[in-house]
Design a protein around this ligand. Structure first.
Ligand code: ADP
Ligand code: MG
Length: 280
């Protein structure tokens, strides 16, 4: 199948018809009055409470907030991995909740890259096989050159491609997860604490890499690290499922100050929240 261009990069596919809408609006991700709750009655948790945000094409947004403030739920809803309780997500011109499971899966595979905190690499596959997996699942031919190209962009050597994940360091495994997310050249990259398991120096490099290698993609990155926001156009702070503040062109000092203030505000009740979460 001649799906790969000569330079080893996969062409962008126009799988979802409504792409034109996205091109016109320049907003690959849009969230309108999004709420998400879990459980019912007394056990009900409002994970997201009436959130509206636009993520313009090519922008990188850092999402910050204390534990339990709704960051992961926001990403999962925006990426079509969770269904909102109310409100609307528009992802590359399509509301993931309004289409069939199959269309939603295609939307994600073809337009979205998701970098998980725990890397989510398959231990029995080689690094090369892990990187190629999402395209293989989509029955697309994956040229070796494309995998090598993605690996090279994140600084992985051909020799490392033949190893299994356990033979790599945490930082290298995270690079594999990023290369995998980059291979299909997605329009949108979501990353949920992609540097949570890394030392600060490696985290900094990984995030810079993410920004530099995504080729104009729109990024939504959950992080706790103020330094990471250097690579972002905007920092969005969540508190108790709501947008508490937005800082454009964030400076790490301002981000750290805002995070400290949120932490103090959350300190007492958060311990109760965490205690109840740890039983789940
Ligand atoms: P964060 O990523 O900011 O730590 P989450 O989005 O994971 O926060 O969680 C927000 C709130 O929703 C928390 O109170 C959490 O316990 C709750 N929550 C998240 N996922 C679930 C779930 N699957 N079932 C029940 N409650 C959940
Ligand atoms: Mg989380």
């Amino acid at each position: 199948m001649g799906l790969m261009k000569k330079d080893g990069r996969a062409p962008r596919t126009a799988a979802v018809a409504a792409d034109a809408t996205m091109a016109l609006s320049g907003t690959p991700v849009r969230i309108d009055n999004l709420s998400k709750h879990f459980g019912r009655r007394r056990g009900k948790v409002m994970a997201l409470d009436d959130i509206s945000l636009d993520f313009p094409a090519g922008s990188f947004t850092a999402v910050l907030g204390t534990s339990g403030s709704g960051k992961s739920t926001l990403l999962q809803c925006a990426a079509g991995l969770e269904r909102p309780s109310s409100g609307r997500v528009t992802l590359c011109g399509t509301d993931p909740a309004s289409v069939s499971d199959r269309k939603r899966t295609l939307l994600r595979r073809r337009h979205v890259g998701f970098v998980f905190q725990d890397f989510s690499l398959l231990p029995e596959l080689t690094v090369a096989e892990n990187i190629a997996l999402p395209l293989r699942l989509d029955h697309r031919h994956v040229a070796r050159a494309a995998v090598e190209n993605a690996a090279e962009r994140v600084g992985l050597s051909p020799a490392q491609l033949r190893r299994v994940p356990a033979q790599l360091s945490g930082g290298q495994q995270q690079r594999v997860a990023i290369a995998r997310a980059l291979l299909s050249r997605p329009e949108v990259i979501f990353a949920d604490e992609p540097t949570g398991a890394l030392d600060p120096h490696t985290a900094f490099r990984v995030l810079r890499l993410l920004r530099e290698t995504t080729d104009g993609a729109t990024g939504v990155i959950v992080t706790h690290d103020p330094q990471v926001t250097r690579f972002c156009d905007r920092a969005v702070f969540l508190y108790a499922g709501r947008v508490d503040a937005v800082i454009e062109r964030p400076e790490p000092d301002a981000v750290a100050a805002r995070l400290n203030a949120l932490g103090e505000r959350a300190a007492a009740p958060q311990e109760l929240v965490n205690a109840s979460r740890s039983m789940a």
